[in-house]
Design a protein around this ligand. Structure first.
Ligand code: HEM
Length: 474
C-alpha cells in the first residue's frame, strides 16, 4: 500500500503509535487525513493492518462494487467470527435478512402500536418515578433496556419481551460476542474450530434462549397446524415470520436466529458498539443540552399524536422530531470510519486508486458529516437542519431519517445498507416522541459530552446522566 499516503507518525514504530492513539482519538486522526488529502484516499494504521480511508467521491465505487469485490461480511468476519459465535446455519442461510427487508419493514403499521405500548411500559418500570420527582437517570443503561424490550416486542412478542431473563440474555449478547470474536481473532483460521470450543459460549447461549422459545414455538406450531396460514390473533412478530418461512422449527435453531437478530439490532454497523440505544441516548443528551427545543417538539407531538394516535402515519408527520433525530445522528455519529469493507479482489477505484486484494477500506463518514462543503455550519447542532433542507430543496425523501446517500452514511450504503433502518427509525421516533410528551428533562449539575470514542466507534457516553420528571398534564 506504499502508493497510498498515510496519516500519523512515520516509520514502523510511528504507525504503532498512531494505531494506539486511534483507540481514543480516531475522529481527530481521520479528520487530519481528510483535511490533508482532500478528495484522495489515505491510509491509517490499525493494530495489525492498514485501513484505507475513502472519501465522499469514492462512495459510488462502493455502491457499484459487487460482494465479491468489496465485502462487508469479510470485513466483520475477522472480529466477530459469526460462524462460531452465532452458528454456521445463520451465515449459510441468512433468510432473516430478507424478513427484515420485507415483513419487518412492510408490517410497520401493525407493529407500531405494540412497540409503542412496550416503550411506555418499559420506561415506566425502568424509571420508576413518583409524581413530581426529578430523578437523575443513567441514560445509556436505561435506554438499553427500553430498546431491548421494545425491539423484542416485535421480534418474539409479548410476554417474552418482558421476561427479565430473556432481556438480560440479549443485553449481554453484544459484549459477549465482541469479546469472543476478539479472542478468536487471535487464532489462525485452521485452529478456529478448536479454539471456538473453549473461547465461545455459543451452545450455552442458544440453549438458554431455546428454553424460553420452546413452549412458544410448540404452541404456535400447533395453531399453524390447526388453522393453516391465518387465524384471528396470529402474532405479527419476527418469530412468527420465521415460522411462516417454514425453514426452521427447532427451538435451538430459532433461538440462534433470534439472538442474531438481536445482535444485528444493537451492533453490526461494522464498528459501532450499539446502534439503536447509543443513537437514542445521544439524542436525549442533545435534547437535554438544548432545552429550548423541548416545547416546540412537544407541541408537534401533541398536535399530531393527539389527533392520529400512535400510528405509522402519525410518525411520518413528525417532521421536527425526525429532523432532530437525524441531526443528532449526524452531529454525534456512530463511527469515525463507516462502511467497512474488505477487498476480495484487486480493484481500481474511479479516481485511479489501486486497492489490492485483502485491503480493509472504510469511509471517513464522521468527517463527511462535518464537512463545510456539504453541510452549512457543520459544527453547530441545528435540530431543524434537515427539515429546512427538505423545504429549501423540495426533496422530502433525501433528508428523511432512513435516507442514505454519500452525504448521509449513518445507516451505511450499498449492498450492506442497514436492512433494519425503517424499523429502527420507527422505534427512535416512538421513544423520542413519547419522552417529549410524557417527561420533562434537563441536564444534571454536571454536563457531559454525549459521546466517547473507542477506536473508530463513537458511542454514547455511558456515565452521562440526565434529570427526568414525569409530566402530570400528559
Ligand atoms: C439507529 C439504529 C441503527 C443504526 C445506526 C444502524 C446502522 C447500521 C450500519 C451503519 C450498518 C452497516 C452498513 C454498511 O456498512 O453499509 C448496519 C448493518 C446492518 N443492520 Fe443496522 N443499524 C441500526 C439498527 C438496526 C436494527 C434495528 C436492525 C434489525 C432489526 C439492524 C440490522 C442490520 C443488519 C442485519 C445489518 C447487516 C447488513 C448486511 O449484512 O448486509 N440494524 N446497520
Amino acid at each position: 500500500l506504499n502508493h497510498i499516503p498515510s496519516v500519523g507518525s512515520f516509520g514502523p514504530l510511528g504507525s504503532y503509535w498512531t494505531a494506539i492513539k486511534s483507540l481514543t482519538n480516531s475522529p481527530k486522526i481521520v479528520q487530519e487525513g481528510y483535511n490533508k488529502y482532500k478528495a484522495a484516499a489515505f491510509k491509517i494504521p490499525n493494530l495489525g493492518h492498514w485501513v484505507v480511508v475513502l472519501n465522499r467521491d469514492h462512495v459510488d465505487d462502493i455502491i457499484r462494487a459487487s460482494d465479491k469485490e468489496l465485502s462487508f461480511h469479510a470485513a466483520i468476519d475477522d472480529y466477530v467470527r459469526p460462524v462460531y459465535t452465532f452458528g454456521r446455519q445463520i451465515i449459510d442461510d441468512a433468510y432473516h435478512y430478507s424478513i427484515m427487508k420485507s415483513q419487518l419493514t412492510h408490517n410497520l403499521s401493525a407493529v407500531v402500536p405494540d412497540v409503542a405500548d412496550e416503550i411506555v411500559a418499559a420506561l415506566d418500570e425502568t424509571l420508576d418515578l413518583t409524581e413530581n420527582e426529578w430523578k437523575c437517570v443513567p441514560v445509556l443503561k436505561t435506554v438499553e433496556k427500553v430498546v431491548c424490550r421494545a425491539g423484542n416486542r416485535a421480534f418474539v412478542g409479548y410476554p417474552l419481551c418482558r421476561d427479565s431473563d430473556w432481556i438480560e440474555l440479549n443485553m449481554q449478547l453484544t459484549n459477549a460476542i465482541i469479546k469472543e470474536g476478539f479472542i478468536l481473532s487471535l487464532f489462525p483460521k485452521f485452529m478456529l474450530p478448536l479454539a471456538a470450543r473453549f473461547a465461545t459460549k455459543t451452545t450455552n447461549r442458544v440453549k438458554h434462549g431455546a428454553r424460553h422459545l420452546s413452549p412458544i414455538i410448540t404452541e404456535r406450531l400447533k395453531r399453524m397446524e390447526e388453522y393453516g396460514e391465518k387465524w384471528n390473533d396470529k402474532p405479527d412478530d419476527f418469530l412468527q415470520w420465521c415460522l411462516d418461512e417454514g425453514k426452521e422449527t427447532s427451538a435451538d435453531l430459532l433461538a440462534a436466529r433470534m439472538l442474531a437478530i438481536n445482535f444485528a439490532a444493537t451492533h453490526v454497523s461494522g464498528f459501532a458498539f450499539g446502534n439503536n440505544h447509543t443513537t437514542f441516548a445521544q439524542t436525549l443528551y442533545c435534547l437535554a443540552a438544548n432545552p429550548q427545543y423541548i416545547q416546540p417538539l412537544r407541541e408537534e407531538v401533541q398536535t399530531i399524536v393527539g389527533k392520529d394516535g400512535w400510528t405509522k402515519e402519525a410518525l411520518a408527520k413528525l417532521r421536527k422530531v425526525e429532523s432532530f433525530l437525524k441531526e443528532a445522528q449526524r452531529f454525534e455519529g456512530n463511527a469515525s470510519l463507516g462502511i467497512k469493507r474488505r477487498a476480495l479482489k484487486d480493484i481500481t477505484l474511479s479516481d485511479g486508486t489501486f486497492v489490492p486484494k485483502g485491503t480493509y477500506i472504510c469511509v471517513a463518514s464522521h468527517a463527511i458529516h462535518h464537512d463545510p462543503r456539504i453541510y452549512e455550519d457543520p459544527d453547530t447542532f441545528d435540530p431543524y437542519r434537515y427539515m429546512k433542507l427538505q423545504e429549501k430543496q423540495g426533496d422530502s425523501s433525501r433528508y428523511q431519517l432512513v435516507a442514505v446517500n454519500p452525504e448521509s452514511l449513518m445507516f451505511g450504503i450499498g449492498k450492506a445498507v442497514c436492512p433494519g433502518r425503517f424499523f429502527a427509525a420507527m422505534m427512535l421516533k416512538l421513544m423520542f416522541a413519547h419522552i417529549i410528551l410524557s417527561y420533562d428533562l434537563k441536564l444534571g449539575d454536571i454536563s457531559y459530552s454525549a459521546s466517547l470514542c473507542i477506536g473508530p466507534a463513537i458511542v454514547a457516553n455511558s456515565s452521562a446522566k440526565v434529570m427526568l420528571r414525569r409530566r402530570s398534564d400528559e
